[in-house]
Design a binder for this molecule. Structure first.
Ligand code: KFV
Ligand code: CO
Length: 221
């Protein structure tokens, strides 16, 4: 959740802003939209789908957030996950934070941290990791999205994953902007995240993923 003191951040002057306002939605059946506790005075948010990335308080006191708040990961299709991990570790020294099989998405995938380490420790502590990831994706079969992609285009960049604060609201905002969503509800993604895909045909040929990371509060002392 982004918080700022009134006046401490600047106002966006973007006249092409599309504003979507609403209360936070509840959990979808496939995946919890947000498991983090939310303060009772913190449930009115306004999203601005705009070109800038400013965060500010509007005159009514709503908290205004950028729709996309970070690049979470770059998804890369590969034929052999272990080989690809070895390549990225040997070449860039990246830390492998997780390796998972996701049956629903038809992949075995690894998240490798890009940014200041140690990333796995930050994730395990519940504090979250501020950097981004390379996500290496090996298909579970040729009929899966990544399997079909490999057959059609070969190895390479498969999708971009953007971080969002509230995936259900972000999906509504994108849909209202006329972009087709592949997923009607958030799905299970890497490391407990909620994810949803938007169609590449509506986004200049780029398969685009929304990622809401699960944040874990530290236990009370
Ligand atoms: N990027 C751009 N274009 C793509 C694409 C991609 N990754 N995959 C397919 N296309 C294009 C393809 O080139 C073709 O265009 C059209 O989509 C149909 O291709 O102009 P063209 O030649 O007609 P098909 O028939 O091969 O694919 P289709 O069955 O239509 O499915 C495409 C799509 C995007 C709907 C499908 O790949 C999909 O549902 N993707 C979302 C799920 C996914 O990709 N999961 C794997 C990643 S899991 C993940 O990232 C996780 C778990 N995580 O946490 O981050
Ligand atoms: Co992904």
């Amino acid at each position: 959740m982004i918080r700022a003191e009134p006046g401490s951040v600047k106002r966006s002057g973007d006249s092409n802003t599309a504003q979507i306002t609403g209360r936070l939605a509840g959990e979808g059946p496939e995946q919890a939209a947000d498991r983090s506790p939310r303060a009772p005075d913190n449930d009115r948010l306004t999203w601005f789908a705009h070109r800038g990335n400013d965060t500010y308080w509007d005159p009514e006191g709503l908290i205004v957030l950028p729709l996309l708040d970070r690049i979470d990961h770059v998804g890369i299709a590969c034929r052999d996950l272990d080989r690809a991990m070895g390549l990225y570790q040997a070449t860039f020294g990246l830390e492998v934070v997780s390796i998972e099989e996701n049956q629903e998405q038809g992949v075995r995938e690894a998240m490798l941290a890009v940014g200041p380490g140690p990333a796995a420790a930050a994730v395990a502590s519940g504090a979250g990791y501020a950097g981004g990831y390379v996500q290496l994706l090996e298909p579970l079969s040729p009929e899966t999205p990544v399997g079909k992609f490999l057959a059609r285009r070969g190895e390479g960049i498969h999708h971009i994953g953007y971080g969002v604060t509230d995936i259900t609201q972000a999906m509504s905002a994108i849909s209202a902007a006329g972009i087709r969503l592949i997923d009607e509800r958030p799905r299970h993604g890497s490391m407990g995240a909620s994810i949803a895909f938007a169609h590449p045909a509506d986004l200049g040929g780029v398969l685009t993923e929304l990622v809401q990371f699960i944040t874990v509060s530290a236990p009370p002392k």
